[in-house]
Design a binder for this molecule. Structure first.
Ligand SMILES: NC(=O)c1ccc[n+]([C@@H]2O[C@H](COP(=O)([O-])OP(=O)(O)OC[C@H]3O[C@@H](n4cnc5c(N)ncnc54)[C@H](OP(=O)(O)O)[C@@H]3O)[C@@H](O)[C@H]2O)c1
Length: 292
């Protein structure tokens, strides 16, 4: 079995790495905030002092960090993966980052004969811990095949988008604009229901069947109704993805009116100090606008 290195033990990374450990892989881990690795180390993971040390101990290194800057830092930075990478190491960046950064990192990796895949995911921390993610992969098919058993341990659906780096992260932006807009629509529906005196639970009940059914309402509806905005997918992270989707549209001339409205609502949530909360907190922004 390949030796796996895992960098980034946040909400998603903790569950994903635990699934790999449970599947029998040996795991070397690093996280900027060390205490987040405690539970994983109790379960058998080995700590390394830097991303470079993780790479030295691994055949495949997975990174799962916040954004483009973080991926660049842990892979290309002074103590990054590429510092100690040997030829034929495979680096799989599963973070949701800008496609141009995926391509730039892959080019830096190629200079060291390191193979790179961008493989962002759909799901949430609970789905990650259950090994039921969706994974979309950009990069060479040979590397994809090599990593497929690892993806299979973590995922319910795996899509190889194409041979070019950046195609996985491009598809992820397309996926997340649907999610962002669907959360916005679900929040609007719940606020309208509240204003006209309909119990929001009735909205959830009726939209569990029929054409208005969405994963956004199914997962986030209960959180919004209970006003539980503990982070599963933060406002900051959704804002980052929709900003990158807008840049992608800008580059190719696509027009994304609904996405731009969702982005503005997330900007309002950030301005109100709720960036670290779950992105369904756009409900609160709408309630304020509606005088609730
Ligand atoms: N949460 C979801 O539902 C979900 C679903 C699909 C995809 N994603 C994507 O998955 C990625 C991770 O999301 P998450 O929810 O797990 O976020 P998170 O809980 O905020 O974790 C982010 C991770 O990145 C690390 N990090 C951030 N900046 C860094 C830097 N400059 N150097 C080194 N490490 C850095 C953090 O380290 P510290 O622990 O030290 O802060 C942490 O390990 C994001 O790209 C997100 O968009 C999330």
């Amino acid at each position: 079995m390949q030796r796996i290195g895992f960098i980034g033990l946040g909400l998603m990374g903790r569950g994903m790495s635990r699934v790999l450990l449970d599947a029998g892989y040996s795991l070397t881990v690093w996280n900027r905030t060390t205490k987040k690795a405690d539970e994983l180390m109790k379960a058998g993971a080995v700590w390394a002092g830097s991303p470079a040390e993780v790479a030295a101990a691994s055949d495949v290194v997975i990174t799962m960090v916040t954004d483009s800057a973080a991926s660049e830092e842990v892979i290309c930075g002074p103590a990054g993966v590429l510092k100690s990478a040997r030829p034929d190491l495979c680096v799989v960046d599963m973070s949701s980052i800008a496609p141009e950064m995926s391509r730039a990192i892959a080019a830096r990796a190629r200079e060291k004969s390191v193979i790179m895949l961008d493989a962002p995911v759909t799901g949430n921390p609970k789905v990650a811990a259950a090994g039921k993610l969706g994974i979309m992969v950009g990069g060479p098919v040979e590397a994809f095949e090599k990593c497929k058993p690892i993806f299979e341990a973590m995922a319910a659906k795996i899509v190889h988008v194409g041979e070019k780096n950046g195609l996985g992260t491009t598809l992820k932006l397309i996926n997340n604009l649907i999610l962002g807009v669907a959360i916005q629509a679900s929040a609007e529906a719940l606020v309208l229901a509240e204003k006209v005196g309909i119990d929001p639970r009735k909205v959830m009940e009726i939209t569990s069947v029929g054409g208005a059914r969405t994963g956004a309402m199914e997962t986030r509806g209960p959180w919004m109704i209970e006003r539980n905005f503990d982070p599963h997918f933060t406002v900051h992270n959704m804002y980052k993805d929709l900003s990158n989707a807008m840049k992608l549209a800008d580059g190719c001339g696509a027009v994304l009116p609904a996405t731009s409205i969702s982005l503005e609502m997330l900007r309002a949530a950030r301005s109100q100090g709720d960036g670290e909360k779950d992105s369904c907190i756009v409900l609160k922004v709408l309630e304020r606008l509606a005088g609730l």
